[in-house]
Ligand binder design. Structure first.
Ligand code: NAD
Length: 499
């Protein structure tokens, strides 16, 4: 069986802890590789080497660091298919979806090609008599990125590109379930000119994460994953005074107004609910039609679309709609949540349990499920299912639908389908959710905006990528300067406004 590596000082490096985790092929249910799980000592050594490499990288001028991003972007494009195949092999998502995973990460690299503009700071000439002020953005030093299984290319790229181009060194700890893409990206960064040691990829589990969190050298942690772990990491990172931005889970609602184009709404719900087997933090998992007639018609339109979905391994061709879920445990959890929905009284309109595919009987496939008439007390509404399950909760009015979204503990993404601009505008203005789609189901902002949820979907300050990422990965130093020729002598003892 293939034994995977860490990436230390610019080279694939075997693990020395003696601990490994299985990397599954979710389509066949077989173990395809084992990934080393780093010990606290291995993490400490990786951090020390990164700290040694960082000052020279920080002293490299920003334009040159940006040129590394330019080459990196070109290499990602040149290796798009290889990267996408690596994503699909471990995650199970379809190849077109895996290319999207790489592409949405690449777009953040593209913004980083213009990093000098975002790093150039501020200047005020004559803030007082003969006094100038300027603010510099300086890198933090060594920072850590801890990423989830579901976007093995995109989220590591969201972390590493802004952190590195800002002059930091990064320790990336990818998901142990989908670890290989990060190593390929590290190899491409080396080829693009990144000095050895500036990016270390350390594979591991809780032991490696805790070692990073407790390490006084590590200045900041960017985390993406489930809400309980996000909250845990936020607290533990704060104990050593680190900056932390920790993005968590979601339960994204789409309101469908009676005036919406229901064919378009149904297409959007099927793509956003079942794409990537529902394993997206921006998946729509709750449909909220307004009015009984809208709800009835929406179900009529959803069912035939759901029945047509093609579920299969990524190797079965580009027309597969979605693949397996990540592990046998994930499949079991999703199916037991479906059972809880039945037990608690929701209408199971389409049942995806017991799905089998010839030749892939041991794969972690779950067919698409649709619930109607769910209520907010049910587990299928309260839990992030993270599987191919769409739950319809009927609302009597727009205000009732809006209040459902507002009261939900998560606030990552939401959408509204309507033909009325005034309703859409009201929704965007009032809803307490970080990313809003208007007749757009998965509103992941483009890379020159920023990405981040509200409520239990994010802990900490500043969003991912875009201008916020440069604020997160740099600290501000503000200089107040004057030169004495021509200026009056004598000390000043009062803390006062500048004349
Ligand atoms: P996860 O929380 O299980 O794991 C995320 C990372 O944390 C992994 O690197 C893992 O090794 C590490 N980890 C897991 N348990 C830990 C522990 N006890 N202590 C320390 N570290 C630990 O998440 P996942 O299953 O890989 O990803 C799916 C989740 O991520 C979903 O909840 C999804 O909504 C969320 N997600 C959020 C966003 C976002 O931007 N808000 C994006 C993608 C995924």
């Amino acid at each position: 069986m293939e034994e995977l590596h860490h990436w230390i000082d610019g080279a694939r490096t075997p693990g020395s802890s003696g601990r490994f985790a299985d990397v599954m092929n979710p389509a066949t249910g077989e173990v395809q590789a084992c990934v080393p799980l780093a010990s606290a000592d291995e993490v400490r050594a990786a951090v020390e080497r990164a700290a040694a490499a960082q000052p020279a990288w920080a002293a490299t001028n920003p334009q040159r660091r940006a040129r590394v991003m330019m080459k990196f972007g070109a290499l990602i494009n040149a290796h798009m298919d290889r990267l996408a195949e690596c994503v699909s092999r471990e995650h199970g998502k379809t190849l077109p979806d895996a290319r999207g995973d790489v592409q949405r990460g690449l777009e953040v690299v593209e913004v980083c090609m213009g990093a000098p503009h975002l790093l150039k700071g501020e200047y005020m000439d004559n803030g007082g008599p003969g006094i100038d002020l300027y603010a510099m953005r300086q890198p933090l030093g060594v920072v850590a990125g801890i990423t989830p299984f579901n976007f093995p290319a995109m989220i590591p790229l969201w972390k590493m590109a802004p952190a590195l181009v800002s002059g930091n060194a990064m320790i990336l700890k990818p998901s142990e379930r989908t670890p290989s893409t990060a190593i390929l990206l590290a190899e491409l960064l080396k080829e693009a000119g990144l000095p050895d040691g500036v990016l270390q990829v350390v594979n591991g589990d809780k032991e490696a994460v805790d070692a990073l969190l407790d390490d006084e050298t590590v200045q900041a942690v960017g985390f993406v994953g489930s809400t309980p772990i996000a909250q845990y990491i936020y607290g533990r990172a704060a104990a050593t005074g680190k900056r932390a931005q920790c993005f968590g889970g979601a339960k994204n609602h789409m309101i469908v107004m009676p005036d919406a184009d229901l064919d378009k709404a149904a297409d959007a719900l099927v793509g956003a609910g079942y794409g990537a087997a529902g394993e997206r933090c921006m998946a729509i998992s709750v449909a909220v039609p307004v009015g009984e007639e809208t709800a009835d018609r929406l179900v009529e339109k959803l069912v035939p679309r759901i029945e047509k979905l093609k579920v299969g391994p990524y190797t079965a061709g580009e027309d597969v709609d979605y693949g397996p879920v990540i592990t046998a445990a994930a499949k079991e959890r999703i199916e037991s949540l479906i059972q809880s929905g039945v037990d608690q009284g929701a209408d199971l309109v389409v049942d995806g349990r017991g799905f089998e595919l010839q030749g892939y009987e041991q794969g972690f496939f779950v067919g698409p499920s649709l619930f109607d008439r769910a209520t907010p007390e049910m587990d299928i509404y309260r839990e992030e299912i993270f599987g191919p399950v769409l739950t319809q909760v009927r609302a009597g009015s727009y205000e009732e639908a809006l209040s459902l979204v507002m009261k939900n503990q998560y606030g990552n993404g939401t959408a509204i389908y309507t033909a009325d601009g005034d309703t859409a505008r009201d929704f965007a203005s009032r809803v307490n959710v970080g990313m809003v789609g208007i007749n757009f189901p998965i509103p992941v902002p483009l890379s020159y905006f920023t990405f981040g949820g509200w409520k239990k979907s994010a802990f900490g300050d500043l969003n991912q990528y875009g201008p916020d990422a440069f604020r997160f990965y740099t600290r501000t130093k503000t200089v107040t300067a004057r030169w004495f020729s021509g200026i009056k002598d004598g000390g000043e003892f009062n803390f006062k406004a500048m004349d």
